[in-house]
Design a protein around this ligand. Structure first.
Ligand code: NZQ
Ligand code: ZN
Length: 384
């Protein structure tokens, strides 16, 4: 186990009926005017918008709205929201939505106090010094962004999907009410599950770790597999939703990274190139395609872990070959309706070169195997 420091300042407010409390939390913190950021309108159909607005009114909090954050969010929307936040001198950002909305809100919160282009924080030119306080009402569990300090945004001009991290953008309060997710389409549940499973796997296959963390990781992945299967049949099963939501939060709030070298994260790098080049591919779908391909490419280095994964997650008490475990994972992805090849989501063979160029901007990356441009190309070829 590596040495580590764990510090997570986010107050997680979890459970049925908690959305209505958002106004109270803001009021308690002395906030009177917020920029409310949301996506394409799902919150207006499922009643979350109405609950949030009522709670703001009851607690005397003014709001300025910016809507239209798209999945795989783009920098131009972040710029628009920063301009509006500055013009209205808001005191906090309130994100109501999934990972795309929350990530954009983090960039807006940091951009509020920065005179340059906040994209600088994504490309390592600016180290965030200050941000507006961020409050979150999460409507889709997947990314863990509700309890971490990372944000991922695409610069649509350069086709770069990059992330920034800062201790200043951890949400102050995150409300997770599993009932708000009853309205999620089945494919988003599937992508959310795969994203969170991938977060855990980025750490599980890391070169360092511990027995305790392996058990926590295996518990989270098992829970996600079981809960997903129930939710796909019974979308309004509260216990399954609650297990799913908590598992996704714990997958990327720092817990699963304890004692590791920080995780491998190659599959995430490889995926971000996929959804940067084709923003219609959901992050979780891209991971379903690329993670098994990465596993195949490095299987000799992670074979002992793949066998452990099989025994403790799929529960078969017999010796298996590493490739069988990768196949089993792929089969489960297929069973729940996820794509597992680049071809299936519309990429042509020629696109492999473009994907390689985009991903290579961050290379070399990975702790299990440090990937070079050539490695990257080969993994996309396996994924094709
Ligand atoms: O825009 P609306 O209308 O709200 O619809 C959204 C969107 O179309 C819909 N949705 C959300 N909640 C709903 C709902 N529909 C019905 N009922 C609800 N309750 O779902 C669609 C997808 O939303 P999105 O926010 O894009 O999904 P997700 O939460 O998976 O976020 C994905 C983004 O997060 C990044 C990904 O790369 C991607 O850009 N990530 C962020 C991370 C982080 N900050 O730590 C880590 C991850 O690895 C990931 O990279
Ligand atoms: Zn992810």
């Amino acid at each position: 186990m590596e040495n580590f420091v764990f510090h997570n300042p986010t107050k997680l407010v979890f459970g049925n009926g908690t959305v209505e409390k958002i106004g109270e939390f803001l009021k308690k913190d002395g906030i009177k005017r917020v920029l409310m950021l949301y996506g394409g309108g799902s919150i207006k159909k499922n009643g979350v918008y109405e609950k949030v607005v009522r709670s703001l009114v009851e607690n005397g909090i003014e709001k300025v709205e910016v809507s239209g954050v798209r999945p795989n969010p783009v920098l131009s929307k972040v710029h628009e929201a920063i301009r509006i936040a500055k013009y209205n001198q808001v005191e906090a950002i309130l994100a109501v939505g999934g990972g795309s909305v929350v990530d954009s809100a983090k960039a807006v919160a940091a951009g509020y106090y920065y005179d340059g282009d906040i994209w600088d924080a994504f490309i390592g030119r600016y180290n965030v010094k200050k941000a507006l306080p961020l409050y979150v009402v999460l409507t889709m569990s997947a990314t863990g962004t509700e309890m971490n300090g990372n944000g991922v945004v695409t610069n649509e001009v350069t086709q770069e999907k990059f992330y920034f991290g800062s201790k200043h953008v951890y949400p102050v309060v995150s409300i997770v009410d599993p009932t708000t997710q009853y309205s999620l389409p089945a494919n988003q549940v599937v992508y959310g599950a795969i994203d969170a499973i991938s977060h855990v796997m980025e750490y599980y296959f890391d070169v360092a770790g511990s027995d305790l963390l392996d058990r926590i990781d295996e518990g989270i992945i098992k829970t996600l597999i079981e809960a997903t299967e129930i939710i796909l049949k019974e979308p309004e099963n509260y216990e399954a939703r609650a297990n799913f939501c908590l598992a996704t939060t714990l997958a990327l709030n720092g817990l699963t990274g304890m004692g590791t070298t920080g995780g491998d994260w190659s599959s995430h790098e490889l995926e971000h190139a996929i959804s940067a080049l084709n923003p219609d591919v959901a992050h979780g779908a891209g991971l379903a395609i690329v993670f098994p391909a990465w596993m195949t490419y490095v299987k000799d280095k992670i074979s002992h872990k793949l066998v452990k994964f099989d025994k403790n997650i799929f529960g078969l008490d017999r010796e298996v070959k590493p490739e069988e475990v990768i196949d089993k994972l792929k089969c489960w992805y297929k069973k729940i309706g996820a794509p597992t090849t680049l071809k299936e989501v519309g990429f042509a063979k020629e696109d492999i070169e473009k994907l390689t160029e985009i991903a290579n901007k961050h290379a070399p990356f990975g702790t299990v195997k440090e990937l070079t441009k050539e490695d990257i190309r080969k993994i996309y070829e396996i994924a094709y």
